[in-house]
Design a binder for this molecule. Sequence first.
Ligand code: CA
Length: 229
Amino acid sequence: MSKILIVEDEEAIAELEKDYLELNDFEVTIENSGDTGLATALSEDFDLIILDLMLPGIDGFEICRRIREDKNVPILMVSAKKDDIDKIRGLGLGADDYLTKPFSPSELVARVKAHMARYERLVGSHMKENDIIEIRGIRIDKTARRVFINGEEKTFTTKEFDLLTFLAENPNHVFTKEEIFREIWDMDSIGDIATVTVHIKKIREKIETDTSKPQYIETIWGVGYRFKV
Ligand code: CA
């Protein structure tokens, strides 16, 4: 049975969510404060976490950030304010989905099921955790060779994928274009290091919100590139 953690301070809402989820064969744990919610999320294994944003103690933003440092579990964030949802997206905290209150219990159940199905396909029970690289809003599934930006899948060519993965696996390390070219392209391959620049540009168009102010792959003028963490 799949296990779900609900972190929600409004007990009536938490109970309603729990009832509907249990009717759909999920096993549900409720925590009513930020502190206990975070502690439980980190100490036990869940298949999905439903996280309210405004909580007594540690708020949902911080909880999401701390869970993401440790776990790939899908996180569904809920808030009463539409503005908060935009803020969550902007922060790239690694939440997988967002719901604005009030929502119907059946909508919640549908979202939960969709995420479970996607997560199963993505991770699979046989896959080791180190096959996934997760940095802020970017999730790179090395085994499936798939990339998700804030939960949304983006398509990468083979070289773009290899290059992004190489940089993300070596965060805060500055590589020259020559080093990147040697690493990603064969020594004998036709082409030159200008192709590195072209690929970096294409990758940025897929992962950055504003390509003129890259948040992930930083240009170190006169040297090369580094993946910022
Ligand atoms: Ca609340």
